[in-house]
Design a binder for this molecule. Structure first.
Ligand code: ZN
Length: 115
């Protein structure tokens, strides 16, 4: 399953960061999920709760998910706006296509750790 490999990578990333900060455990993991990332929040939560049992550092961690809307930016005038899909044009100068700047990926935002 897609979400399982994402969670494995996420937990590895958390463990690396905890080790770098000499933390004894991780309490909270904040993750941003872009609407276009293709990740199902419910499945990600379930996968995280399954995998964290095998991680000494993440065992008590709570996964907090934040949905990130798709944000596009106009190359012409720099306007940023929320998009409903690909190929949307700028609301200010209209005929320019927007470049996606956020909302298409899954990103680790923040960790709460105990030292
Ligand atoms: Zn524009």
């Amino acid at each position: 399953m897609h979400e399982f490999s994402i969670v494995q990578a996420l937990i590895e990333q958390c463990e690396t960061l905890a080790a770098e900060n000499k933390a004894s455990s991780i309490q909270r993991v904040d993750v941003k999920i872009g609407v276009l990332s293709g990740v199902e929040p419910y499945l990600l939560q379930t996968a995280f709760d399954t995998f964290k049992e095998n991680s000494r550092l993440c065992r008590q961690a709570q996964l907090v998910l934040q949905q990130q809307p798709l944000i596009g930016q106009c190359q012409q005038c720099g306007t940023q706006q929320e998009m409903r899909g690909f190929g949307e044009s700028c609301s200010t100068c209209e005929d320019k296509l927007l470049t996606i700047v956020d909302g298409d990926a899954l990103m680790l935002m923040q960790l709460e750790m105990d030292s």
